[in-house]
Design a protein around this ligand. Structure first.
Ligand SMILES: *Cc1c(COP(=O)(O)O)cnc(C)c1O
Length: 340
């Protein structure tokens, strides 16, 4: 992503515990790879990032949260300010702390509207310690969407108001939209964790979710499997039971449900169907055609064989939700990174 973003600087978005992957390990790895700027959503996340990256610039996307000023000071966090009230509040509170200014170009979530930006003076920005102008794309993952170009034009005209301020516009998908979206600082999140960010560009898988097989059993044609007896076996079957379920963040929607077939998992490199519903702690998998599957083996829920975007889509969601929904119970094992 750094190379793709050049000559812009490439920051890393590590909100929500680095999209569920674990900031304490992921931030030092990103810092060791040369990343000097991080974005989080909340000040408490910023405090964690500060512990892992003492020298970095850390921006808080949700802004200057009422009543939490101490954290911004203690951890040198930079709020991304998105309304006139918030700018004024931060300007009154600060003693040297820096900030970014968020302008809205079509998302209608956070950020100043054009008329609010026009009402700001250079002195106002000075008082708020503003060092970055940013906006966020609503449809970057759909390159043909007309809103992309409209937002780019609006951002360009908003930049004219304060042309000296460095600017940041592109999330992961925005980086793939073209050079005119890059500006000075790119802000990828999902691409760093292996989520697809462009229809033609698959990212390398980063996270593999696996479950341990705790039992392999036989069942007869005509019997049913799991809650609700939702699956009826159409042949004599071998079933592997693996220790993962919706309490781990593996979506119940991956299993059989009204009007939907169940999804698949990968066992020893072969895709094979789930049987019945996903329970809280367990899934059932058809291994009738896979004679070597045994207790103690592993099942891939998503990873190199089962791409996270495809698995998410099957469950009616997006890779972001699958990653951030991985629960505490799912043990994280890190390979490589800052300390090997
Ligand atoms: C989450 C977020 C990003 C990162 O988006 P990805 O699609 O994960 O790359 C960038 N900017 C803002 C404002 C965000 O909220």
């Amino acid at each position: 992503m750094r190379e793709r973003a050049e000559p812009a600087e490439c920051a890393a978005v590590v909100k929500a515990n680095a999209y569920g992957t674990g900031s304490a390990r992921v931030v030092p790895a990103l810092a060791a790879a040369g990343c000097g700027t991080f974005f989080v959503a909340l000040p408490e996340e910023g405090a964690e990032v500060r512990a892992a990256a003492p020298e970095a610039a850390i921006y808080v996307l949700d802004g200057f949260l009422p009543g939490l000023g101490d954290s911004y000071r203690r951890y040198a966090l930079r709020p991304v300010l998105g309304s006139p009230e918030e700018i004024a509040e931060f300007a009154r509170w600060r003693s040297g702390e820096r900030s970014a200014l968020h302008v809205d170009t079509g998302m209608n979530r956070l950020g100043l509207r054009m008329e609010e930006l026009t009402a700001l003076s250079r002195d106002d920005l000075e008082r708020a310690g503003t060092g970055l102008l940013m906006s966020h794309l609503a449809c970057a993952d759909e390159p043909e969407h007309a809103l992309n170009e409209r937002q780019r034009e609006r951002f360009a005209s908003m930049r004219e108001r304060f042309p000296d301020l460095p600017a940041s516009f592109a999330n992961s998908a925005g980086v793939f939209l073209g050079d005119s979206y890059l500006h000075d600082l790119a802000r990828p999140g999902i691409a760093l964790y292996g989520g697809a960010s462009h229809p033609d560009a698959r990212m390398e898988p980063v996270v593999t979710a696996e479950a341990l097989i705790v039992q392999v059993r036989e069942a007869r044609r005509g019997e049913t499997v799991g809650y609700g007896a939702a699956e009826t076996l159409t042949r004599d079957s071998r079933i592997a039971i693996a220790a993962a379920g919706y309490a781990d963040g593996y979506l119940r929607a991956e299993g059989i449900r009204d009007g939907h077939d169940g999804g698949e998992v990968s066992v020893a490199g072969a895709r094979t169907p789930l049987l019945g519903r996903v329970s809280m702690d367990l899934i059932a998998i058809d291994v009738t055609d896979l004679p070597n599957v045994e207790r103690g083996g592993r099942v891939e829920l998503f990873g190199p064989e089962m791409l996270i975007d495809d698995v998410a889509e099957r469950g009616g969601t997006i890779a972001y939700e699958l990653l951030t929904g991985l629960s505490r119970r799912a043990e994280r094992v890190y390979v490589g990174g800052a300390d090997g």
